[in-house]
Design a protein around this ligand. Structure first.
Ligand SMILES: [Zn+2]
Length: 469
């Protein structure tokens, strides 16, 4: 690390719940939270599962933008008969090859840094798939990726020279035994590689450090169990050791530390065999048939219908909604600007297009022009399908063409809901309002269309002062 440069490390504690951070189990995380900024209003992406979140972390975009939409996904070019597991990086490599290098549809942070001569290191004890998504271009020389399970004992990192050095210095990563309750040894091997090799010798600018616990133990024996709490304690000790290494390397003052979790955890009391239900209802020929292919992410299931058969999609949506276990259903959009899906009672998958952002699917939200950011805010609000929408000066600070576009958008979304907005730009008010009611000191002063209200002497007196004509 050249002097004067910033260093950023992001600890991703897989499956960490906020209430698991306590002085007893996780004193380091507890201290970091107290000393730093606690982001209490964070929201998961949907569906909020590991690989979807890994891709969101590495690209800074939503699933619909980066393209990884489940822990399983169905791509006929990879496997025509069934959905594949995104936790195995070999499937992701196949998808990358089948799609001409478009595993992720947008560039990752690793690529952005690489283009500026900087280096990202993904260092992960997680599945090979979640690790690979942190830096999928690492095999072609973009930054670094460390994961002991890519090809155990042979490939534990990209590029190959980094892998060879790690194997020579640290040996192979400990085997993840199928029935093991905890993967602490995998975490510890990976963190040692980070502390003793990646940080002092590879000088990355950004490290995405993924700790696979407590996810594994919480899946295995439950959230809050003694085993998962012990795994958390091990994480905390490992994170403390990394911070101590940063201190030894004189990096503490120039380091930003972020701690995130890819998702929380809850306890399940029942499971649903969705494929079985569909077969029994006559909506799918057999559990492995290709007419309807299921890709499960746990609580969210994607259904791929052969030939986009509209009639079958309608029957499927109706069936899922009739089931006790069925939740919100999304289908293709009904029409531009409409949050409803094509099938009655479902939501549109294409809300993003409703607000004219279709050309920006590959743009990170933070890089959108100002006017487009406001359109995105309106889109995310529309996703909740509100009956009433409150807008606080939606055109403030906008360039003229953005004002026109946002005004047109508000007019469209107001077609089937009430919009209450505060607006100081009177031409916007004129353009958008059918009937204007002017209030002063809690009383109705005047009511009518814009022209009559604007000419009303009492309105002019109240709002513009007596000096105005
Ligand atoms: Zn996870």
């Amino acid at each position: 690390m050249p002097p004067g440069k910033r260093f950023i490390i992001v600890f991703v504690v897989d499956g960490l719940r906020p209430d698991a951070i306590t002085p007893e189990d996780t004193p380091t995380l507890f201290r970091l939270r107290g000393e730093g900024v606690d982001f209490t209003n964070g929201h998961s992406v949907f569906p909020t599962v590991t690989r979807v979140n890994a891709a969101s972390l590495s690209t800074g975009t939503q699933p619909g933008t980066h393209g990884i939409v489940g822990n399983q996904t169905y791509v006929p070019a990879v496997d025509p008969t069934r959905a594949f597991d995104t936790g195995n990086y070999r499937n992701l490599v196949r998808l990358d090859e089948a799609s001409g290098g478009r595993l992720l549809l947008v560039p990752t942070l690793a690529e952005r840094l690489h283009a500026r001569g900087l280096r990202l290191a993904g260092v992960s004890s997680g599945s090979t798939g979640s690790a690979f998504l942190l830096n999928p271009k690492s095999p072609s020389g973009v930054g670094v990726l460390v994961n002991g399970y890519l090809d155990p004992g042979k490939t534990v990192a990209y590029p190959p020279e980094v892998s060879a050095t790690i194997l020579a210095k640290f040996g192979p990563a400990p085997v993840k035994q199928a029935g093991a309750t905890r993967f602490d040894a995998s975490v510890t091997w990976t963190q040692r590689v980070l502390r003793e090799y990646v940080l002092p010798e590879l000088h990355p600018t950004v490290v995405l450090n993924w700790l696979t616990e407590p996810d594994h133990s919480q899946h295995h024996v439950g959230v809050g169990s003694p085993a998962s709490r012990e795994a958390l304690r091990n994480d905390d000790r490992e994170i403390a050791a990394v911070l101590a290494t940063l201190d030894d390397l004189d990096l503490t003052a120039s380091t930003d530390v972020l701690v995130v979790s890819d998702h929380g955890f809850t306890t399940n009391t029942a499971g649903v065999d969705v494929a079985r239900f569909l077969v029994d209802a006559g909506l799918k020929a057999s559990p492995d048939s290709g007419d309807v292919v299921l890709a499960s992410s746990g609580q969210a299931v994607a259904l791929y219908v052969e030939g986009h058969d509209g009639e079958r999609i309608t029957r499927l949506a109706r069936f899922v909604r009739s089931q006790e276990w069925g939740g919100v259903v999304f289908t293709a959009g009904r029409a531009a600007g409409d949050p409803r899906g094509a099938v009655e009672g479902t939501f549109s998958l294409e809300l993003i297009h409703a607000v004219g952002l279709g050309d920006f699917v590959a743009t990170t939200a933070v890089e959108l022009p100002y006017g487009r950011k406001r359109a995105l805010e309106i889109a995310t609000t529309l996703a909740l399908d509100p009956e009433m929408m409150l807008l606080d000066e939606p055109t403030a600070g906008m360039a003229h063409e953005d004002v026109e576009r946002i005004s047109a958008l508000i007019k469209r979304v107001a077609a089937n809901r009430t919009v209450l907005m505060v607006e100081h730009n009177l031409s916007v008010v004129e353009n958008l309002s059918d009937t204007i009611t002017v209030l002063a000191r809690g009383e109705v002063l005047a009511e009518g269309d814009y022209r009559s209200v604007a000419r009303n002497p009492e309105v002019i007196q109240a709002y513009m002062g007596s000096g105005h004509a």
